[in-house]
Design a protein around this ligand. Sequence first.
Ligand code: ZN
Length: 279
Amino acid sequence: MRDLSTDTSLLSLNTATVKQQWNLEQMIDGCVRHRIGAISPWRDQVEACGLGEAAARIRDAGLRVSGLCRGGMFPAADAAGLQANIDDNRRAIDEAVTLGAECLVLVVGGLPEGSRDIARAREQVFDGMSAILEHARSNQMPLAIEPLHPMYAAERACVNTMQQALDICDRLGDGTGVALDVYHVWWDPDLEAQIARAGQQGQLLAYHVCDWLIPTRDLLLDRGMMGDGVIELKKIRGWVEAAGYDGCCEVEIFSSLDWWKKDPDDVLATCVERHQNVV
Ligand code: ZN
């Protein structure tokens, strides 16, 4: 396992972690102040900054871009809706390329409004990814499916386990893989085996960390800081690195009740400390 005890270069800031108080420019500056080596911005923040400006600022700051959040959200009520979502994902690929991102993270989408057909939604995810795959490949932009915890299956992502995500990747082939977020998959009894499987195919594209709090007070916005919950972070990172992953550890914390209220500089300092001691 890599020694992170003095590292900051492999730490990536997923900008959701400080999005309540900072814009993208402030996030980039914050990474520089705390010697954080990478950033993973969200598209709305990039758009607010301006794509060219965001890319230049990130490049000038010397930051890696461990991923762009996010593409996906494919399922739609009709063919026109699916096509619109496909078109938006093509734009997301272009944005990821401009930013120099290491992958485009896909939160694949849940049920279209009024639908109860989750199998159909899953097929639309496959169809949508198939439709953008050549564009992604020709731009050397890997597509990283992020399986989400099953509690989000209806509204955000109908792909909910590593196995399910990897089965899709195997059907699609080169240029696809997974973004493993411990929050979503820590509970999975098959996690170790699926990580090993992903490693054999070079399909581990990103690694997201936070923690699972007891109790969890909000299904979306109560993620914990690493070390404050019940996820065996070092064990999972050990599996991931044994499978060949050598990328960043990306901190992604949605926390309206706690971390979003704190001084963002204190949040980043805590991220660094936990990255070195807990992750
Ligand atoms: Zn994530």
